[in-house]
Design a protein around this ligand. Structure first.
Ligand SMILES: [Zn+2]
Length: 348
């Protein structure tokens, strides 16, 4: 069962067709709703059917959910290529999924920051919607993705920091010594909902060799903790190393790192961004309602390093608005904004 917000022009007949279920099933799942009086934004429940969603977007999202969903997506859509880019500190594989066979390579990632795990769910849901569209009309919103994936290959790393995500959810299986260390770094609190770093207390988005020293001095965080500690040197952390090696192994035309929150798009880095980066950010902004922002005084992030290294399009998108971790109840609204942006990114 999944929630779906009614959009202009929707009818029960159309939804039934789209999700491969009967109108009767739809009515049974929505006893309080009069199909003749649908309102835009009204939530209807979509029951499971042959083309029903694999991804449950109503629950908090952890590493086990991710691995289970990717396996299920791989079975349902055999044209998806699922692999891994390496291992986390605690030995979890960091999955990557590829959709498309084109020569133009694009990369999206999520959950560099532990308590921003909702970005993993955004990306996995997007992969599912793309794959599902490819098996049907090819159309996803206003975009023919079937055609698009003939010349574009999208590589998604939905959860760069799986150990951190598990820590935030309270499901990290850590030995006592590690847990004691984490507690100490978290100032004794067992509430890890504010944790952004990996389980060595290093902020993975401050780990890249792009004016790293400047970031270290600016952050001025002396040691491991929930956020903003750059580590002792660039690329000391296995998750950052895996991302660096993965990026070098491909030929990305554009990368996009999803974070939360702020509804903003960062597109520049120390005047090293390619010409057209601002225009591209404006397009992403128009597709989502998010605000393109020229950022100063920030270094050592993944997109900073990518822009510096390749002089190609690198974006950081701050999805949603509120206090991290954003509650799952906001998922549908955030996805509605982000789906246009994610589709636009494939066409830049
Ligand atoms: Zn972040």
């Amino acid at each position: 069962m999944n929630r779906y917000p009614i959009q202009a022009g929707d009818s029960f007949a159309q939804l039934a067709g789209r999700f491969g279920i009967s109108i009767a099933d739809l009515m049974t799942a929505n006893p309080g709703i009069d199909p003749r009086r649908l309102r835009i934004g009204q939530t209807v429940m979509i029951p499971a059917g042959p083309h029903a969603s694999i991804i449950d977007t109503t629950k908090a999202y952890g590493y086990c959910d991710l691995t289970r969903d990717l396996a299920a997506l791989g079975t349902a859509y055999p044209f998806l290529q699922i692999g891994s880019i390496g291992y986390s500190t605690l030995g979890r594989t960091i999955p990557v999924v590829r959709i498309g066979s084109g020569t133009k390579e694009v990369h999206y990632n999520g959950a560099f920051h532990a308590n921003e795990w909702i970005t993993s769910l955004l990306l996995v849901k997007f992969v599912e919607d793309c794959a599902n569209a490819c098996c049907n009309s090819g159309q996803l919103r206003t975009c023919n993705v079937k055609e698009l994936f003939g010349h574009v290959s999208l590589f998604v790393v939905p959860m760069v920091n799986p150990d951190g995500v598990e820590l935030v959810h309270g499901t990290l299986c850590a030995d006592e010594a590690l847990y004691e260390r984490l507690l100490h770094w978290n100032r004794g609190s067992r509430d890890f909902s504010g944790w952004k770093a990996n389980v060595r207390g290093v902020d993975l988005n401050d780990q890249f060799p792009a004016f790293w020293d400047a970031e270290r001095d600016r952050r001025d965080v002396p040691g491991p903790g929930p956020r903003d500690y750059t580590g002792e040197a660039p690329l000391t952390e296995p998750e950052a190393q895996a991302m660096e090696a993965f990026t070098r192994s491909r030929d990305f035309h554009l990368v996009m790192a999803l974070h939360t929150q702020g509804q903003e798009i960062y597109w520049n880095y120390r005047d090293m961004e390619p010409e057209g980066a601002e225009k591209a950010a404006i397009r992403l902004g128009e597709a989502s309602g998010y605000r393109p922002v020229k950022l100063f005084c920030s270094d050592a992030g993944y997109k900073d390093w990518f822009i510096q290294e390749y002089r190609r399009y690198g974006f950081t998108v701050e999805a949603g608005i509120g206090v991290n971790p954003l509650p799952i109840e906001q998922f549908d609204a955030i996805y509605e904004d982000m789906i246009g942006l994610l589709l636009e990114g494939l066409q830049i």
